[in-house]
Write a protein that binds this ligand. Structure first.
Ligand SMILES: NC(=O)c1ccc[n+]([C@@H]2O[C@H](COP(=O)([O-])OP(=O)(O)OC[C@H]3O[C@@H](n4cnc5c(N)ncnc54)[C@H](OP(=O)(O)O)[C@@H]3O)[C@@H](O)[C@H]2O)c1
Length: 229
């Protein structure tokens, strides 16, 4: 398991304690060379990765020119550059063994541009496209690649992005998202969008005229930024 916060990783390791589990943790910042650090820990511990879950990510919004450029660049480093850096050698090792799976966490935000969250939605569009392409490239190799596209999920995501947690909208629990992902993995699905309301929104964004979708997304994301002050 890996993240920046060593204390939270250690807490989680104690919660997961089980005689048949050997939980190793690596505190690494994916915006600052953390992917290489994780790969060194995997190679050094002679760990065979059976399932890689590229989950780390964050959102940062606002009018693009007003938002801090360094934060937008860190977002790209974490949400997509580190994901590619981790996927390349680990997928290669899975291919040589002929088994393994990768879950890349994208978002429903990856299906359309999001004015006032432009880099975030674009990063998730990259993850979605990249993962589906890799699913097809690896279809007959025994290795599975999946894009997981959750909608609003009750996590620290909103606090980390500095926006209020949405209320009175469809919000899933992390457990529901994980259950849908594991079900999708068993069925060898290339794409999992947990929850029918999220699937409905994605279908609508593909059917409606692009300008309408952009206007609706602009209203949604601008209001959320304004609420955050
Ligand atoms: N919550 C939603 O509504 C929602 C919807 C669609 C997609 N997603 C996606 O779901 C994924 C998980 O997010 P979440 O909702 O669970 O949010 P979260 O509670 O904020 O979790 C984000 C995770 O990423 C790690 N992380 C963030 N920056 C990092 C960095 N620089 N280096 C290493 N690790 C880093 C965090 O750990 P540390 O802070 O300790 O580093 C944390 O474990 C993200 O990719 C997000 O885009 C979330």
């Amino acid at each position: 398991m890996t993240a920046r916060s060593l204390d939270r990783l250690e807490r989680l390791r104690s919660e997961l304690a089980h005689p048949r589990l050997d939980v190793r943790i690596v505190a690494a910042d994916l915006a600052a060379g953390g992917a290489a650090q994780i790969l060194r820990a995997v190679a050094g511990g002679e760990i065979e990765v059976g399932l890689l879950i590229n989950n780390a990510g964050f959102g940062a919004g606002g009018d693009f020119t007003a938002a801090r450029l360094d934060r937008q660049l860190s977002l790209l480093d974490v949400n997509l550059r580190a994901l590619v850096e981790l996927t390349h050698p680990i997928l290669g090792a899975m291919r040589r063994r002929g088994s393994g799976a990768i879950i890349n966490v994208a978002s429903v935000a990856g299906f359309q541009p999001a004015p006032y969250s432009a880099c975030y939605a674009a990063s998730k569009a990259f993850v979605l496209s990249f993962s589906l392409a890799l699913w097809r490239e690896n279809r007959d190799t025994g290795v599975q690649v999946m894009a997981l596209c959750p909608g609003y999920t009750d996590t620290h995501f909103f606090a980390a992005a500095g926006v209020p947690k949405p209320r009175r909208v469809y919000m899933q629990t992390p457990d529901a998202v994980v259950a849908a992902a594991l079900r999708g993995l068993r069925r060898r699905q290339p794409l999992v969008i947990p929850g029918w309301p999220n699937r409905l929104v994605v279908a609508a964004t593909r059917l409606l005229p692009r300008r309408w979708v952009l206007n609706a997304a602009a209203r949604l994301f601008r209001v959320r930024r304004e609420l955050s002050g």
